[in-house]
Write a protein that binds this ligand. Structure first.
Ligand SMILES: OC[C@H]1O[C@H](O[C@H]2O[C@H](CO)[C@@H](O)[C@H](O)[C@H]2O)[C@H](O)[C@@H](O)[C@@H]1O
Length: 592
């Protein structure tokens, strides 16, 4: 069975990522891209769906683990009755092939180790043919081949459709094991020097983290979050995925299981804003190029998400053969939300382009062309109902957050035109901006509830209405802002952990179209902290930030949601949204 979500460490090579459990098992890995079918899928089933265990014989959980400095190189320590060993896990920054390298180092005495490698291609379904060639093994099925090379002193043999390795590591020894993916019609991958790859990988991360350095409170957490955000960027194109996984449940045993291995414009723009705050200019430029390529052709028909290469079709399918994380089914790959209308996305994109301009990245002509095409579309559509930030599946509504973000789009577009002197229908944009503002104030605030509501005419709260102050839509001392912040705090929090909206009643599921409940949405807790700072409750904000940040795992990783009753992480992991929100709140607290 898979471990708890917070048991997993992340390793990656800026094109894909793997999750390593506290028991030494890699339970999730998709080759060669984030959104490729997995070859290790035990996370969503059992070991028969693919995994790679490497641990001392009979050990169940490591003694400790940590990343090497500001890198994504993981060191897992094992103390046993006969000695201590560590396993160094990493994915070298990509050359010809994607690789996972595990170096077993003896620290004291000697430790008997055991490896268990089960490759299962196509999301845990296909058992490959494995054969030995020279000093390596190769597993082949369909388009995939995986090559396995071990140090000569590692004895391995095939058993029960798995490759078993048994060996002893003694103090001072370093024994590498290398796994490389190749398209199956290629021949042997180039040889790899594990130690050299390790040095280069560490150098790469150190070089990046020197540029991204953040100085301030919660230093380690913020830097780790920035590294996570970087690791979710797909280097060849500049696209950024929302999380490394699919179908980790928002309720254990429930149906709210989604695939996050795609580039949501919302999540990626927020990621960029956080990286930009941390001084990462290159990523912003690369993402903007990705965006321009992705939307080229018909920019007005903006999709809310794309594949990392800019792909437009991400059909959602149910993997009936996978039993799901702790029985949470269906397991989904692809995401039907791609078809939705989510008007907030226009605001997030324009806001990020405006932030980039403010950070000194000039708005070139073709970027301005995109802005104008998006604004043209929005002028004709802002007043329509949509599926909103939460991607509801219960039908379109006039979500207040979507309208606020439409206002953001016009507000920032006007500011960009003013700052750059680029041509624009400024009078019309200003008029529409003010019309949206008036519409939201008239239809989005409920004096009885004392808050902005989830949608026009609704009677329920939504944490996304906190954007009313985050975006500058209303000033922080406006009584409607203050009362909304307090209403969200009092009405959606569970011991400080904020739900995005309420779930569990018939009315709630009519809105989101889904049965069951879910955990507290961690980004919303950070948004509440931001809003508390804005209305002057700084100490309360700080306490909330610390409480929420404390649920990150031993490595500083956080998933999408938290179950306050069971005290465990829920949802896909590590999730960009949550790490972005953490970074932003830390900056805000530092500045305030
Ligand atoms: O709640 C239902 C929806 O949940 C997912 O969307 C959430 O994750 C997205 C990626 O992080 C985020 O952009 C969005 O705001 C969240 O609601 C899922 O991807 C949707 O398909 C699903 O309808």
């Amino acid at each position: 069975m898979a471990g708890r979500i917070e048991d997993y460490a992340l390793i990656g090579d800026l094109q894909t990522a793997a999750l390593v459990g506290r028991n030494g098992s890699i339970d999730w890995l998709c080759f060669p891209r984030f959104d490729s079918p997995s070859c290790f899928g035990a996370l969503l089933g059992g070991k028969e769906n693919g995994h790679w265990l490497l641990a001392p014989v009979n050990a169940t959980e490591c003694t400790s683990r940590s990343y090497v400095g500001d890198s994504l190189v993981l060191e897992t320590f094992w103390e046993t009755s006969t000695g201590t060993a560590k396993v160094i896990d990493f994915m070298p920054q990509r050359d010809a092939t994607p690789d996972v390298i595990r170096i077993v180092e003896g620290i004291s005495g000697s430790v008997d180790m055991r490896g268990e490698l089960r490759l299962r291609f196509d999301y845990g379904r296909v058992v490959p043919w494995v054969r030995r060639t020279d000093n390596q093994r190769v597993a082949v099925a369909g388009p995939d081949s995986v090559w396995m090379r071990d140090h000569p002193s590692i004895h391995s043999y095939g058993k029960g459709f798995a490759t078993i390795a048994e060996f002893t590591v003694r103090a001072g020894e370093r024994l590498p094991m290398i796994l490389s993916w190749m398209p199956s019609h290629y021949t042997v991958p180039p040889g790899q020097d594990a130690e050299k790859s390790l040095r280069e990988t560490l150098d790469g991360w150190y070089e990046w983290s020197t540029k991204a350095r953040y100085q301030g409170p919660y230093q380690d957490l913020v830097m780790r979050s920035m590294i996570v955000l970087k690791s979710l960027s797909y280097q060849p194109t500049g696209g950024i995925v929302a999380a490394a996984t699919s179908s980790l449940p928002e309720q254990i045993g429930g149906e709210r299981n989604w695939d996050y291995r795609f580039c949501w414009l919302r999540d990626s723009t927020m990621t960029l804003s956080a990286l930009l705050r941390g001084g990462c200019i290159e990523e912003a430029v690369a993402w903007r190029q990705w965006l321009l390529r992705a939307v080229a052709g018909d920019p007005a028909a903006l999709q809310i998400m794309y594949g990392v290469g800019g792909e437009r079709r991400l059909p959602e399918l149910v993997a009936k053969w996978l039993p799901g994380y702790e029985g949470s089914v269906p397991v989904r790959f692809g995401n039907a939300a791609v078809e939705q209308l989510q008007l907030d996305v226009y605001g997030e994109v324009i806001d990020t382009l405006h932030t980039a301009l403010e950070a000194g990245i000039p708005t070139e002509r073709h970027v301005w062309g995109l802005v104008k095409a998006l604004m043209d579309f929005l002028e004709g559509h802002w007043h329509e109902p949509d599926e909103g930030i939460w991607e509801v599946r219960g039908g379109r509504r006039h979500f207040v957050h979507s309208k606020i973000m439409c206002w953001v789009a016009f507000d920032r577009a006007v500011k960009m035109a003013e700052a750059t002197g680029m041509t624009a229908p400024l009078a019309r944009w200003r008029w529409t901006r003010d019309a949206i503002h008036a519409d939201v104030c008239a239809k989005g605030y409920d004096p009885e509830l004392g808050a902005f509501t989830q949608y026009y005419g609704g009677k329920t709260l939504d944490a996304a209405t906190l954007f009313v102050v985050k975006t500058g839509f209303l000033p922080p001392d406006d009584p409607r802002v203050v009362s909304t912040v307090k209403a969200v705090r009092d009405g959606l929090s569970h011991d400080g952990f904020v739900r995005r909206y309420s779930t569990g009643t018939a009315n709630d599921s009519a809105v989101d179209g889904l049965p069951g409940e879910e955990g507290a949405f961690l980004a919303c807790s950070f948004w509440l902290a931001d809003a508390l700072v804005a209305i002057g409750h700084k100490e309360e904000a700080r306490a909330l930030f610390e409480q929420v940040a404390a649920i990150s795992n031993d490595l500083g990783l956080i998933s999408e949601q938290w179950d306050p009753r069971a005290g465990r992480q829920l949802g896909n992991t590590p999730q960009a949204f949550t790490h972005v929100a953490l970074v932003n709140t830390a900056f805000l607290l530092a500045e305030s």
